[in-house]
Design a protein around this ligand. Structure first.
Ligand code: TMP
Length: 238
């Protein structure tokens, strides 16, 4: 497929999205810029764009093999990928297998506490409001999604979790939690969009518990680039 960037449609904190000559497709371009705490902390993780692009595409292909539809179309180069054009459902869907981060704070649970069932959380995707958590009623009342769409998003998220837990276990990584975003195609179908990367997941070494994700940046732990490189190595991408 021959695709070229035309105009810049949108620049986010970690990616740029370009239009192409075909209205059904966009090109996402992954940056090395890193932010945390809703943009309050800013920095650069050298090579992150390459890791996140290649790892997301690897994961999307794996999920497609399991029957989960995603926006992935074709990797153009180490930072750029052709994706289906979707309108993003304004929800961040968080799936948690063990307590960490904001859940540990909110419920007073020690980080690493196993969840008896996977926990699903929805946040309204709005930087000005700091992505507040919302429940089913808020989503319906505000019109962020229909009940049918919520049900589809929830079942897809749990299916993604199953595949990801199993895959990461096979490379000695404990999948603690992650964030997904979904989009609607021009014919109204809900598909998985955005990215799956060390920016959007918590990965702990299965034996040592060492953090191999963006928490190293968020928490000023050092070894950030090394952790991203280690995840690439684990999944066999370099
Ligand atoms: P949290 O514990 O800070 O709520 O994060 C839960 C998961 O979601 C974690 O894997 C990091 C990811 N995440 C994002 O991808 N984007 C965000 O803006 C936030 C707050 C978390």
């Amino acid at each position: 497929m021959f695709m070229q960037k035309t105009e810049l449609l949108y620049e986010g904190k970690a990616k740029k999205v370009y239009a192409t000559e075909d209205p059904e497709y966009c090109i996402v371009s992954y940056k090395d810029d890193a932010t945390a705490f809703n943009g309050l902390k800013k920095g650069t993780i050298v090579g992150k764009g390459v890791v996140n692009n290649r790892m997301s595409n690897f994961m999307f292909k794996l999920l497609e093999q399991k029957g989960i539809k995603t926006h992935f179309v074709e990797e153009l180069n180490e930072r750029d990928t052709v994706v289906r054009k979707v309108s993003i459902v304004p929800l961040e869907v968080i799936v948690r297998n063990k307590a960490a981060g904001s859940l540990s704070k909110r419920l007073g649970l020690e980080e690493g506490t196993p969840m008896r069932v996977p926990v699903l959380e929805f946040c309204y995707k709005n930087d000005d409001l700091g992505d507040p958590m919302v429940n089913n009623y808020h989503i319906l009342a505000a019109g962020f999604a229909t009940q049918e769409e919520i049900d589809k998003i929830a079942s897809m998220s749990l299916a993604v979790n199953k595949t990801m837990i199993e895959f990461f276990k096979s490379v000695n990584v404990d999948l603690i939690d992650f964030k997904l975003e979904f989009g609607k195609t021009s014919d109204g179908e809900i598909i998985l969009a955005d990215e799956i990367s060390p920016d959007t997941c918590r990965f702990w070494d299965i034996h040592t518990g060492e953090k191999l994700d963006k928490d190293r940046f968020r928490r000023d732990m050092g070894g950030v680039e090394e952790a991203y490189a280690e995840m690439m190595k684990r999944i066999g991408l370099n």
